[in-house]
Design a protein around this ligand. Structure first.
Ligand code: C2O
Ligand code: CU
Length: 484
């Protein structure tokens, strides 16, 4: 059997990678093809499921300095659409994976055992980890093998996630279930009066196609009519009439979301990819591409007990149902929580950048960055450890014809190892949507952003890529080597 690296070179040598744009990738070798949809999707019956909250994984051992976990990647059966059984790829049998709760200053060690029939690599998205533990695309775990990852947790509190990153396979692996939450806490954040405990709830939102026989089919987003929150199709969630902290994840492989409450209600954003914003901001809509996280505080006491409010995706296609989930409001509950006007200390000013770089993201004729698909043996960027750089990123794809799905013309830019700040969007100073420390920034067709990051805290090999995972699987990724 060819190993992945050899297979990649063979495909690249044959020119196959360069010839096939994302929507038309076919063939049995990499990049992984979309399976064509052979059966109808299961009918959509919104609000048939209560929304579960992913269970928190218990460590197998702990010391004050470290917590050790064990996860088996394996197939499991789950009910995504009421009454149907779907086979999924899981961490530990859970869909999505179990949540890991980590504390700043306490190392997390995870033994990952691959009992699937495909290669995997586990990446901690948003984690600042040494290269050997980053889950790089070629640094895979073969079926039957295992790997122990160590996460130092020397960064501040943030909503991270772990997910598959095996080259060419990540989109399908993540879509079929290989993703879970990693919530990092610190004592500063814990001291804030924000809603906590049962009132701090993650919403892992993603699209899917579940066919009439229950098959979860990896295919293009325009053929994925189901919308899952925490693994269930369009669930309802019973809330008390009080404030909640909602950690919203766009875990779609290939789709943007425009989330809002059906009544247009305002909510308060408190955090983003890299943790708390300096100050809360009022918003009514969240535009999010895969990989992005936004944390909001919603006060359900504005609705009386017995009322309901639907969270909608205004980015749904005309043929799709906009509902994402429904909140059913129960009794008024004592609520001492509030959102302080100052959430986090102002960040240190960025050191002046020493390097500027430009990147162009393109869908046709292939998924490229600056005209190239990912080659693990080619160093695209060499960055100095500790240097601050400014990167200009352009989505050069032109807007789609009106009415046509344009998911494939959206790109994002995600950096491993470090967070960045968005300085500008489309030539204007970055606004509310791009505030705070980010690791993934979304670019609609024709958009551009300027971002600034300081490379570190570790030297070594890392990647940056589009987080539309069908795109990164197709090669829209580059290698950055951070050198001391
Ligand atoms: Cu969430 Cu390199 O990815
Ligand atoms: Cu892309």
């Amino acid at each position: 059997m060819l190993n992945r690296r050899t297979a990649l070179k063979t495909v690249a040598a044959a020119g196959a990678v360069a010839l096939f744009p994302w929507e038309r990738i076919t063939g049995s070798s990499a990049p992984k093809a979309y399976a064509s949809a052979t059966a109808d999707p299961a009918p959509i019956i919104p609000f048939a499921h209560a929304m579960p909250v992913p269970k928190v994984l218990a460590p197998v051992s702990s010391t004050p300095a470290s917590q050790t976990y064990e996860l088996r990647m394996r197939e499991a059966q789950t009910e995504i659409v009421k009454g149907l059984t779907s086979t999924v790829r899981t961490y530990g049998g859970c869909f999505p994976g179990p949540t890991i709760r980590a504390a700043q200053g306490r190392e997390v060690v995870i033994r990952q055992i691959n009992q699937l029939s495909v290669d995997t690599a586990v990446h901690l998205h948003g984690g600042h980890v040494p290269s050997a533990h980053d889950g790089l695309p070629m640094d895979t775990i073969a079926p039957g093998a295992e790997r122990t990852y160590r996460y130092p947790n020397e960064q501040r509190a943030a909503s991270l996630w772990y997910h598959d990153h095996a080259h060419h396979l990540e989109a399908e692996n993540v879509y079929l279930g290989l993703h879970g939450l990693y919530l990092l806490y610190d004592s500063y954040e814990r001291s804030l009066p924000l809603p906590s405990g049962a009132y701090d709830v993650p919403l892992v939102i993603r699209d899917a196609r579940v066919e009439v026989d229950g098959t979860l089919r990896y295919t293009r987003p325009s053929d994925c009519p189901h919308m899952l929150v925490n693994g269930k199709e369009r669930p309802y969630f019973k809330v008390a009439a009080r404030k909640y902290r909602l950690r919203v994840y766009n875990a779609c492989a290939n789709r943007y979301l425009k989330l809002r409450f059906a009544d247009g209600a305002e909510f308060t954003q408190i955090a983003t990819d890299g943790g708390l914003l300096e100050r809360p901001v009022k918003r009514t809509e969240l535009v999010m591409l895969g990989g992005e996280r936004v944390e909001i505080v919603v006060d359900f006491s504005r609705y009386g007990p017995g009322a309901s409010v639907v969270l909608e995706n205004a980015g749904a296609q005309p043929s799709e149902r906009p509902e994402v989930m429904r909140f059913d409001v129960g009794a008024v509950t004592a609520d001492q929580s509030y959102v302080p006007t100052l959430l986090a200390p102002e960040p240190d000013p960025l050191p002046s950048p020493t390097v500027q770089r430009d990147f162009e993201l393109r869908t046709f004729p292939a998924m490229t960055i600056n005209g190239l698909t990912y080659d693990p043996d080619r160093v695209d960027v060499t960055a100095r450890l500790g240097a601050t750089e400014v990167w200009t990123i352009r989505n050069v794809d032109v807007p789609a014809e009106p009415g046509k799905p344009d998911f494939h013309l959206w790109h994002s830019f995600h950096t491993h190892l470090t967070y960045f700040r968005v300085l500008e969007r489309n030539g204007a100073p970055a606004g509310v949507r791009d505030a705070g420390l980010k690791d993934t920034v979304a670019l609609g067709p024709g958009e551009s952003v300027r971002i600034a990051m300081t490379w570190g805290p570790y030297p070594g090999q890392y990647v940056y890529h589009c987080h539309q995972l069908g795109h990164s699987s197709g090669g829209q990724m580059g290698r950055v080597d951070v050198v001391a």
